[in-house]
Write a protein that binds this ligand. Sequence first.
Ligand SMILES: [Zn+2]
Length: 172
Amino acid sequence: MLYLIMSKIKKYYLYIISGILFFGIVYNTPNSNKKEEKNMNKTVKTDKEWKDCLTPEEYKILREKGTEMAFTGKYYKHKEEGVYICAGCGDNLFSSKTKYDSGTGWPSFWEPISGDKIKEEIDKSLPFVRTEILCNNCGGHLGHVFNDGPNPTGLRYCINSVSLDFKPKEDK
Ligand SMILES: [Zn+2]
């Protein structure tokens, strides 16, 4: 009898201890993440976290450097005024003022909204070397930049629609 009571009490202790541990984890984790994000001022996520917050198509292009089929994206013909933001982290990337029709079937811009929003990397995945464009905040793959763009920069930022979201200009 005494043994039975003791084992029941033990069970309750286990519940209480695991409860405390669980709440400790739940309450501590978001805070420490927030601190990290603030300190680094960049969006850093694990592969699993990206999989959870992106669609499979967004994950394939942003995180695995895929390319959408030309003439299929939602923004290659898009002409509204506003700002194109990163589909991964929401950072401002391109203004509609620098968008032009390059005839390639991908949204094309001659300049990013500011140079520090974009990270460039050498891409040797094809026989010819290209310059890959990534979001400087979250590291998401956006597309490539080429030297056959219009004035005033002569650059063509060739971007996947999937990597972008659009914020229409607010009428004031
Ligand atoms: Zn981003």
